[in-house]
Every structure is written in structure tokens, then in C-alpha cells.
Design a protein around this ligand. Structure first.
Ligand code: ZN
Length: 111
């Protein structure tokens, strides 16, 4: 870490980006080590430091695969399915009711 190149704020060389900048590009550091750091001097306090990563070593943010998409949809469908009438309510079943609204209403009426 002591041998990291240090650049002045706004004078970062091309090809380097902070984690946030990578994220904006749809990239992530991808396990690479910090490649350089930026320092912005501040009065009376230590400099503000930002860590830079190499853009060419960054990896794309993990894409949504069909399998992940299917798992997500199944989970959402389960949350929308009323445990009482087994219908897809079209919305997430409220935890407080534990069933869809029509079922909950019919229970209330019966009581
Ligand atoms: Zn129901």
C-alpha cells in the first residue's frame, strides 16, 4: 500500500476510476487491488483520500441470467399467492393479513 502512486484530486490519469465511477460504467473492481490513490489536501486535517482502480482490469457487474430471473420471478409469485385461496392476488400478500384481501374480508364477515 505504501508504494501506491498518489495523484492530486482531479489529476487522475486516464484509465483509472473510483469504485463509484466504475459502478456508473456498469463495472466493478472485480477483485483487483487498489491501483492508485487520489488525495485532496484539506486544511488542518489529513488529506481526503479516494482509491482508484484500473478500468481495464474491471469486470462487468454480474449480468442477470435467465436462471436468476426465473428464481426471482418464482419468489415474487410465491409472495403474491394467497395461502387461503391459492390464487395469484396480483400483489404481495400483506404479512399482517396472511392472505389476500377478499379472503381476509370474508373471514372478517364470518366472524
Ligand atoms: Zn385469497
Amino acid at each position: 500500500m505504501a508504494t501506491l502512486p498518489v495523484y492530486r484530486w482531479r489529476l487522475a490519469p486516464d484509465g483509472y476510476a473510483t469504485r463509484r465511477q466504475l459502478r456508473a460504467l456498469g463495472l466493478r473492481p472485480g477483485g483487483q487491488d487498489v491501483a492508485a490513490q487520489l488525495e485532496r489536501p484539506r486544511r488542518r486535517r489529513g488529506p481526503l483520500v479516494a482509491y482508484l482502480y484500473r478500468v481495464d482490469r474491471a469486470k462487468p457487474v454480474r449480468p442477470m441470467t435467465p436462471a436468476r430471473m426465473a428464481a426471482l420471478e418464482a419468489a415474487m409469485r410465491a409472495r403474491r399467492t394467497c395461502p387461503n385461496c391459492r390464487r395469484d392476488a396480483g400483489y404481495c400478500i400483506p404479512r399482517s393479513l396472511g392472505m389476500c384481501v377478499p379472503c381476509s374480508d370474508s373471514f372478517t364477515d364470518a366472524a
